[in-house]
Design a protein around this ligand. Structure first.
Ligand code: GUN
Length: 291
C-alpha cells in the first residue's frame, strides 16, 4: 500500500484564490488589506519565510508594509515601530518574524502588538481566546493543518490524534484545535519527556509531528493507514543543491510512504498552508477593522 500524498501547495493555492476574491471585493469598497511583516536581522530561514509571505501578499492583492531592520536594532526601536504600526489605521495586520536576536525580549514584543492586528495569533489575548473557545486569530500553522485535513476529506470526529511537540507556535495550539468540537478528536500530546512514545504514536489515527528534529517519526511508530502530518522544516547539508542544503521533515518520508494512509510531504505540505492562513487572517483583520 502506498500513502496518498496530501498536496499542501495545491490546497494553499485554493485558499489564496479564495482570499484574493474577497480582497477584490473589499478593494471595491475602498479598503486594501495591509500587512506589515517585521524582520530583524538576517537569519536565512527567516529571510526565506518573509520572502514567501511578501510574494503571497502580492499574489492576493494586499498591500505590503514590511520592514527589514538590522540585527543591531534595539528592543526600544522595535517597540517604537510596533507602536506606530498599531496606531496606523491603514495597517490591518502586524507580524514579527521569530526568532528575534537574543538581545530582544520576544515576549515583550509579542505583547506590544495590538491583539486586533495580531494575525499570527501569538498575543496572549488571542491564545487565551483560543483556549476558551472564543473568537480569535488562529495561529497560522495549526490552522493550516486543520484546513489541510478538511480539504483532503479526512474525517476527524472521534479519531485519536497524537501530537509530537509542545511548542507555543505548533504543538500546543494544534492540540487545542484538534480537540475543538468542530474537529472532535481525542488528543494526546507527546514531548521530550514522554516515555515509550512509539506505543502512543502507534495508536494514532492522525499523527502530527512537530518536534523540530529529523527522523523523529519512523516506520515502526505509525499504525498502518494513519494520517501523518509532518510539520518539520529541517535544513540538512546537500552539496548537490545550489543553496548547499535541502529541507526534510520530522518524519522518514520514504519509510512511511508504505505504511501511512495519507502523508504530507516536506516541502510542499504544511509550509505553504502557513502562509495561506496568514493571508486569510489578514483579510479577516481588514474586514474586522471595517466593522
Ligand atoms: N517563525 C517560525 N514560524 C513562525 C510563524 O508562524 N510566525 C512568526 N512570526 N515567526 C515564525
Amino acid at each position: 500500500m502506498s500513502a496518498t500524498i496530501i498536496d499542501g501547495k495545491e490546497v494553499a493555492a485554493q485558499v489564496r484564490a479564495e482570499v484574493a476574491e474577497k480582497v477584490s471585493a473589499l478593494k471595491a469598497k475602498g479598503i486594501t488589506p495591509c500587512l506589515a511583516v517585521i524582520l530583524v536581522g538576517e537569519n536565512p530561514a527567516s529571510v526565506s519565510y518573509v520572502t514567501g509571505k511578501q510574494k503571497a501578499l502580492a499574489e492576493v492583492g494586499m498591500a505590503d508594509r514590511s520592514v527589514h531592520l538590522p540585527e543591531t536594532t534595539t528592543e526600544e526601536e522595535l517597540l517604537h515601530l510596533i507602536g506606530e504600526l498599531n496606531a496606523d489605521s491603514s495597517v490591518h495586520g502586524i507580524l514579527v518574524q521569530l526568532p528575534l536576536p537574543k538581545h530582544i525580549d520576544e515576549e515583550k514584543v509579542l505583547l506590544a502588538i495590538d491583539p486586533s492586528k495580531d494575525v499570527d495569533g501569538f498575543h496572549p489575548v488571542n491564545v487565551g481566546n483560543l483556549v476558551i473557545g472564543k473568537k480569535a486569530y488562529l495561529p497560522c500553522t495549526p490552522h493550516g493543518i486543520i484546513v489541510l485535513l478538511e480539504k483532503a476529506g479526512i474525517q476527524t470526529s472521534g479519531k485519536h490524534a497524537v501530537v509530537i511537540g509542545r511548542s507555543n507556535i505548533v504543538g500546543k495550539p494544534v492540540s487545542l484545535l484538534l480537540a475543538r468540537k468542530e474537529t472532535n478528536c481525542t488528543v494526546t500530546l507527546c514531548h521530550t519527556g514522554t516515555k515509550n512514545i512509539e506505543e502512543i504514536t502507534r495508536q494514532a489515527d492522525i499523527l502530527v509531528a512537530a518536534a523540530g528534529r529529523p527522523h523523529t517519526v519512523t516506520k515502526d511508530m505509525v499504525k498502518p493507514g494513519a494520517v501523518v502530518i509532518d510539520v518539520g522544516v529541517n535544513r540538512i547539508p546537500d552539496s548537490t543543491k545550489k543553496s548547499g542544503f535541502r529541507l526534510i521533515g520530522d518524519c522518514d518520508f520514504e519509510d512511511l510512504k508504505d505504511v501511512a494512509g495519507f502523508i504530507t510531504p516536506v516541502p510542499g505540505g504544511v509550509g505553504p498552508m502557513t502562509i495561506a492562513m496568514l493571508m486569510f487572517n489578514t483579510l479577516e483583520a481588514a474586514e474586522n477593522a471595517r466593522k
